[in-house]
Design a protein around this ligand. Sequence first.
Ligand SMILES: Nc1ncnc2c1ncn2[C@@H]1O[C@H](COP(=O)(O)OP(=O)(O)OP(=O)(O)O)[C@@H](O)[C@H]1O
Length: 384
Amino acid sequence: MIRLDRVSKQYPDGTVAVQELTLEVQRGELVVLVGPSGCGKTTTMKMVNRLVEPTGGRIVVDGVDVTDADPVALRRGIGYVIQNVGLFPHRSIEENIAVVPELVGWKRSRRHERARELMELVGLDPAVHGKRYPHELSGGQRQRVGVARALAVDPPVLLMDEPFSAVDPVVRGQLQDEFLRLQDDVRKTILFVTHDIEEAVRLGDRIAVFKQGGLLEQFDTPAAILGIPATDFVADFVGADRGLKRLSVTAITPADLEHPPVVRVDDDLAKAAAALGDGRWAVVLDGDGGLAGWVGHDMLKGAGTVRDHARRMEAWVQLDDSLKVAFAEMLQWNAGWIAVLDDADRYVGVLTPATLHTALRRSVEAEANDVARAEVVLETVQNA
Ligand SMILES: Nc1ncnc2c1ncn2[C@@H]1O[C@H](COP(=O)(O)OP(=O)(O)OP(=O)(O)O)[C@@H](O)[C@H]1O
């Protein structure tokens, strides 16, 4: 969908911002460009919508060579979101969102409808925010307007340059979550610039790590960038705590789980105690295999059924949740284990700190052992 073929940019003062960059973004994919300040990320992005003219190579967007396209028409077909949004201060939020529809000649009623629809899509209330002016919104709300405006004429391609970096970390996290949900719906082809590796890992389908001088060091999935950094530079850039960051990109799978004794709510206590054997606790399930709670060995005394003695479960996670979610829940509840449910909410096993660690190692080693693939990555980087 977006293809950069040996693209270079040397500014008139001699600065080489980008060198022979080859990179492809598939349709519906979100690729993050990441790297230290001045490494050429913004220059790369601006060459795609011709705010900057390349000095070498070719850029093709949706089959069209952008150097042949009329720059104004090109920019209208590519949504662009920047850090401080650049909203018009004397226009209402609704008018700001409708800027491009107005330029391309949409009628007032259609513009109005579209602006309202987009406000809802990005979590703003059209009745409350539509008539306000930019200075009457919070920083996070202004960023949402920036995203809505970029989506106004439903362009297939979005360029986003540090769109969430002007807000505090909490709002930033919320915007990132909302943006991921939105992208699930709209599936745009997105080139996204950030200098923050956490943001890159959270949002990117693939990440391109740049170093000074506009050189591409590695282009791969977040898990691979964290698990098998192709060069020392990438390893340094993603940081020594990449094992922790990797928690957030590794999903819980059935193979990771432990299977402690299981009893049913209707079991009588003697049967339950026998099922526990030497175990200190058991998971309690209802008749349908759903999670009903847990019971400890010394709670199985007296008369009645397990139902009368079981404790309610405070927290659980789903298969496909990240190991980070599981770890955070364990910490929050000070729990030595956490139950895992499938997408039909049936119990499938438990995760403990030990199995969590094994799962993390498994995911790192799976990729490290994939020598053929690692070599391809290195070769790509060396030839890039
Ligand atoms: N108009 C210009 N004229 C000359 N040099 C420029 C121009 N714009 C950018 N540069 C230089 O090109 C290099 C790449 O800049 P660019 O803005 O693409 O980097 P970046 O990775 O986006 O940085 P940051 O994260 O700080 O925004 C830098 O050395 C910068 O100083």
